[in-house]
Design a protein around this ligand. Structure first.
Ligand code: C5P
Length: 223
């Protein structure tokens, strides 16, 4: 049976809502609850650990759900949630900041991992924009990347437990602090990671604009 880590411990400073991002209401529900309900609909799921910011209080959220205090960075929150979630393999990691991830995306990612030849599978979309690398100092372009090979990575990300536990135990603190996704830790440790095609509607809510977009997407879903 699988276990899931729902990381919801970000402060949401870029959103400027004055409360932790995962507790901001979308369509009348705290943001993290949308993904939690989707995860709870997965037949293969055993338990979920939700990482929340220190002091965050939430209502009872059901059997098989454990709440933990998150860490200083995203990967630290993943590490805390992994310690708390109990037995289960594979491990699904999902950002509470992506409330629109669909059940079928979780299922396809798990099915891809189940094929057996990689350590992790990450949701991703081919990039639509041309991406340029720019020098920090004077903003001149240093190179233009080949768009045909670029994918923008999202969550869910699903891992063989042994691979995720190993990088969480062995990665130096500064790497955990700098990791913007956990699959990168697997890659740099020599593990293999595959992408599964996701939908651009699986947005990450970071700014006030994203929140406005989210309210529109939710209102389209609700009767
Ligand atoms: O900050 P960012 O939007 O990249 O965060 C991605 C996800 O990681 C969010 O769901 C956020 O709540 C979570 N996070 C966390 N612990 C942190 C920082 C971010 O659980 N210390």
């Amino acid at each position: 049976m699988a276990v899931a880590l729902l990381v919801a411990a970000g402060r949401g400073e870029r959103l400027g809502s004055g409360r932790p991002k995962a507790l901001v209401l979308i369509g009348g529900r705290p943001m993290f609850e949308w993904s939690l309900r989707t995860l709870q609909a997965l037949p293969s799921l055993h338990r979920v650990a939700v990482a929340l910011p220190p002091g965050a209080e939430i209502d009872a959220i059901g059997d098989g759900v454990v709440v933990v205090q998150g860490g200083a960075t995203r990967s630290h929150s993943v590490r805390e949630a992994l310690r708390a979630v109990g037995a289960g393999d594979p491990v699904i990691v999902h950002d509470a900041a992506r409330p629109f991830a669909q059940l079928e995306l979780f299922e396809r990612a798990l099915a891809e991992l189940d094929r057996g030849d990689v350590d992790a599978v990450v949701a991703a979309v081919p990039v639509a924009d041309t991406i340029k690398e720019v020098a920090d100092d004077d903003r001149t372009v240093t190179r233009t990347l080949d768009r045909g090979r670029l994918w923008a990575v999202q969550t869910p990300q699903v891992f063989r437990r042994e691979a995720l536990e190993r990088v969480m135990a062995e990665s130096p603190e500064e790497l955990l602090a700098g990791a913007t996704d956990d699959a990168w830790l697997i890659e740099r440790a020599g593990g293999s990671v595959a992408v599964v095609r996701a939908d651009p509607s699986n947005i990450k809510i970071t700014t006030e604009f994203d929140l406005r977009l989210a309210q529109v997407l939710i209102s389209e879903r609700q009767p």
